[in-house]
Write a protein that binds this ligand. Structure first.
Ligand code: NAP
Length: 540
């Protein structure tokens, strides 16, 4: 596309926002069906989440042989992953390979943030506006904006006063950061921090880790992939992918359990936990089939991890501070690390327990807690995201009657199957709230949603319809169902970002859907029944 001219709106069949895994697949798939499709992205490169999260140690916590597209057999045969858990640079190389291989870049405009999307009820079109004031008009818009893509910068007193450098893990400088000789503070101890801390500690003169809530983490045991492992996957890829898609709860293949942690004696249980701990990765959470639903079983797993923390961290008081105690393990996303706990044995690393000595303010020269002033040259905010909804509510999206999506979602996001929201016709979301998204191998979920949206658009085209939206009735039932499913587990028992609890003032509603295979069946059923629950029309 030639450089858009603010004086003339760009006309498309489908406008896609976001050039990450979701947007790229949607572009490829829809373009093949003859639609005029174009992708807009705020970054100066493609990759979405995997473009922005370039902090040291950034790595996927799902195994690389599973964390990749499944829609092109030759692609999955040709691409060579090198490590069990791929690094961010390797994933970005993969994304570039896909874009080049399928000639995607010619339909992508970078450095372009979509700031508004307004529905025209008479014309049944969306008008998107870019930060350069360009308008894009299309009957359909697809928000492939990601679920962990709106970084959260907490409102920390004094942050603007700090004279040193401030970095956010989700907006890391492209050329990297040299921490050698510096006194560095990492604020936050979630997955991003847990990956970055061991790497920063190797460089920094001194590292202070500011922890409000400790997290549970399991070792990755990352290693180079062997030719045998790669061959086993590749010789059976179609069947393994089918199995992941249709027969698992999360789209990732693990050694799945068959029994409850309470059905075995303590020695057997600990041997199982030990074996999984030695093998590494999130496989640990699948040791027994009731770890996320039964409090006693959950406690067995949590106690095991706490024992491991105490075995690893030499100073008992420090180990205690690193042990989570006030929420069930797995109720927050389990972290997968390389030497996280051991890093606290280094002489140049200090844990600052903000529960004991609360944060007071950032100063010109560092950070003040109730106990002391800590001098810092650089501050890393590993403070997470306005997850699941932030990327959407930060855009001024207005549907029927000028209603804003942000207002509609002020008491928690309301969407049907995470793909559309009532009152916002022709606006699709990929892995939106109410879909498995973050509780799944997100690439599997992305493919499922993009396939479903494509089938839906082809259906509309075949019957000459111009407008689709879910009814409020099915949407309400779905939101209730999402929460009922969650309530049968321990997941709502933590103040997690799944619940919106990491953002002051955000409604506390469980947002993702638990159960990928069930979700897929439901989506297929809805489509097979002529998009049951959706209102389809020629016009308004
Ligand atoms: P996160 O899990 O939300 O962690 C944010 C951290 O910042 C928490 O420790 C939080 O403490 C702290 N924090 C936020 N605001 C604070 C405040 N005002 N005062 C004190 N502490 C504050 O974010 P994340 O680590 O970026 O991870 C988010 C998700 O991204 C993960 O759960 C995972 O799904 C995904 N992720 C995946 C990978 C991977 O594939 N390996 C890597 C990174 C991230 P509290 O807990 O007390 O709120």
């Amino acid at each position: 596309m030639t450089a858009p001219d603010p004086a003339h709106p760009v006309s498309l069949d489908i406008a896609i926002v976001g050039a990450g895994f979701a947007g790229l697949y949607a572009l490829h798939k829809l373009r093949k069906h003859g639609y005029r499709v174009h992708v807009f992205d705020a970054g100066d490169d493609i990759g979405g989440t995997w473009y922005w999260n370039r902090y040291p140690g950034a790595r996927c916590d799902i195994e690389s042989m599973q964390y990749s597209y499944s829609w092109d057999e030759q692609l999955q045969q040709d691409w060579q992953w090198t490590e069990r858990f791929a690094t961010q640079p390797e994933i970005l190389r993969y994304i570039h390979h896909v874009a080049d291989r399928f000639d995607l870049s010619r339909d992508i405009t970078l450095n372009t943030r979509i700031t508004a999307a307004i529905f025209d009820e008479a014309a049944n079109t969306w008008t998107l506006t870019t930060d350069a004031g360009v308008r894009i008009v299309a009957p359909y818009a697809i928000m492939a904006t990601g679920v962990l893509s709106a970084p959260l910068v907490p409102n920390l007193a004094g942050l603007d006063d700090f004279k040193g450098a401030i970095y956010h893990t989700a907006n890391w400088p492209k050329d990297g950061v040299d921490f050698a000789g510096l006194r560095v503070g990492v604020f936050g101890t979630g997955s991003s921090a847990i990956q970055a801390i061991p790497e920063i500690a190797k460089q920094a003169r001194h590292l202070h880790v500011f922890q409000r809530t400790p997290n549970f983490s399991v070792p990755a045991r990352n290693q180079p992939l062997t030719p045998d492992t790669i061959a086993q996957w590749k010789s059976n890829y179609p069947e393994l992918r089918r199995y992941a898609r249709e027969d698992t709860g999360s789209g990732t293949i693990y050694d799945f359990p068959t029994r409850s942690a309470k059905d075995v004696d303590e020695a057997t249980r600990n041997a199982e936990f030990e074996a999984r701990w030695a093998k590494g990765g999130a496989n640990f959470m699948h040791a027994y089939n009731d770890l996320v639903i039964d409090e006693e079983s959950n406690r067995f797993a949590a106690d095991f991890v706490r024992r491991k923390i105490r075995e690893t961290v030499k100073d008992p008081a420090l180990a205690d501070a690193l042990c989570p105690t006030d929420y069930p393990i797995f109720a927050k996303r389990i972290c997968v690390d390389s030497d996280y706990y051991d890093t606290f044995n280094r002489p140049n690393v200090t844990l600052v327990n903000l529960k004991k000595t609360p944060f007071d303010r950032v100063t010109e020269t560092g950070l003040r807690t109730s106990a002391s002033d800590i001098a810092l040259d650089a501050l890393v905010l590993a403070t997470g995201f306005d997850a699941m909804t932030g990327a959407l509510t930060r855009i001024d999206i207005r549907g029927i009657g000028g209603q804003s999506l942000k207002d509609k979602w002020s008491e928690g996001p309301r969407a049907y199957l995470g793909v559309m929201s009532a009152g916002f016709p022709n606006l699709f979301m990929v892995t939106g709230p109410g879909s498995p998204s973050v509780l799944s191998n997100v690439i599997v979920s992305i493919e499922q949603h993009v396939d479903w949206i494509t089938d839906c658009l082809l259906h509309l085209r075949s019957i000459g319809a111009q407008r689709i939206e879910p009814t409020t009735g099915v949407e309400n039932s779905w939101v209730r169902h999402v929460n009922d499913v969650a309530s049968a587990t321990l997941l709502p028992k933590a103040a997690s970002w799944y619940m919106g609890a990491n953002i002051p003032g955000k409604a506390r509603v469980f947002m993702p859907y638990i159960g990928l295979a069930n979700f897929r069946r439901k989506c297929n059923e809805v489509a097979a029944n002529g998009y049951e629950g959706f209102r389809i029309g020629q016009s308004n």
